[in-house]
Every structure is written in structure tokens, then in C-alpha cells.
Design a protein around this ligand. Sequence first.
Ligand SMILES: *Cc1c(COP(=O)(O)O)cnc(C)c1O
Length: 231
Amino acid sequence: MLQENYESIDKKITEACKRAGRNRDAVTLIAVSKTKPLSDIEELLQNTDAENFGENKVQELVDKYEHISRPVKWHMIGHLQTNKVKYIVDKVCLIHSVDSVNLAKTIEKEAAKHNVVVPVLIEVNVAGEESKFGVSVEETEDLIRQIKDFPHIHIDGLMTIAPFVANPEENRVHFRRLKELLLDINSKNIDNVHMNVLSMGMTNDYEVAVEEGATMVRVGTGIFGERNYNI
Ligand SMILES: *Cc1c(COP(=O)(O)O)cnc(C)c1O
């Protein structure tokens, strides 16, 4: 079941790449395993080539990290509180959700203690939704300029959580905007700034996101089924 879901999404990504004239290797599928048991992750590991997993809670990520049968790539995709950075800074391959200098400073400090360079994405609230974390499109370059010289952080790119919409086509404009923003900032040739990751697209809209240039899609429900937050 999980295997079929994963493979079907993988195939749809391949098809979206073809439509857009992109190489399939340019897109990483992150299986968003938040709220799901470790056994689901193990099932995917056994039956598919899945190796990237996304979590949005520090405690849950650490628990799974400690108990999984073999190492995988963990992505921190949720809002991150500064006091919890220390628990994950040496465990994740990418933090998708940097949206303040303060958070970046904390990551820098903790990464220095572990002598690692932590790859991060800047979370951009591209649709300007009030309920969402992330910096505005207008604030993005300024935030990048403030953290670009931190020696233990590398800004790999940008991430967005698009609005929940009935028709995924409605989000095309936001994905396009995020890509334009990345290209625009890259074109300024700012020292230490060359971004090539666009983390955008979830279960409802990942195909549109891939057509618009996503290099990482974060898919939870489409692989693992509906989440139950009451248990
Ligand atoms: C939960 C979550 C996802 C996955 O959402 P689905 O709609 O279940 O695919 C992706 N990105 C972030 C940041 C999330 O919190």
C-alpha cells in the first residue's frame, strides 16, 4: 500500500518532469512522515528507494532518528523554536524553515559546537497568508544578506508552503514567484549566495510545483494517508 502510493507519486513526478522538459534527477521526493509510526518509514525503506523523510516536530524527529534501523536523510520542515535547535542540528540534512536572523544565529551557534555546516532554506510566505510562518518576498533578500556570512550555515535555497486550494493550478503563480525570487537573488551575485534548491509542492499541488521548477517536493498524505492528530 505505502509502496504503491510512493511509486505512483514518483511516477507522477517523472511525468511532470517530462512535461516541463526537466531531468527526473533534478527533483527529490521527501516523504513527510510526521505523525506516522516508524514502522511506516521502515516499510518504505524495505520496499522502495525512499531515502528522504520530512518531520515538523523536533521530538518526533529525534525519536525516529534514534530508533530507525538504518540512517536516512532527515529534513526539518516545520517551524523551529530556537531552544530546540540544539537537538537536531547534527541530525538533519536540511532545515527548510529559517525565517528569522535570530533562528539563524542559534543554528550558527549550535552548528559551531558540533563543527558542522548546516544547509538551510529560507521559508518564504509567498502568498502573504496571515496564518503562515515565513518571511515575505520583499524581506527575503535582506534576511539572506544578514546570514550569508555565517560560517556554519549554508543557504541552499528557498521553501514555501502554498495555500490550501481546491485547484492546484491556483498555486502555480506562487511557485513561479518563488522561482523568480531565487533567480533574482542569484543574479545579484552576492558573495556566498548561490541557491539551487526550491522546496515547494505538497500532496495537493506537487505536480504543478515540479512543472514550475521545484527541486524538492514534500509529500505526506499522498504516501502515508490522512493524518490523525487526536491520537
Ligand atoms: C505536513 C507538511 C507537508 C505534507 O503535507 P501533505 O499535504 O500531507 O502532503 C509538507 N510540508 C510541510 C511544511 C508540512 O508541514
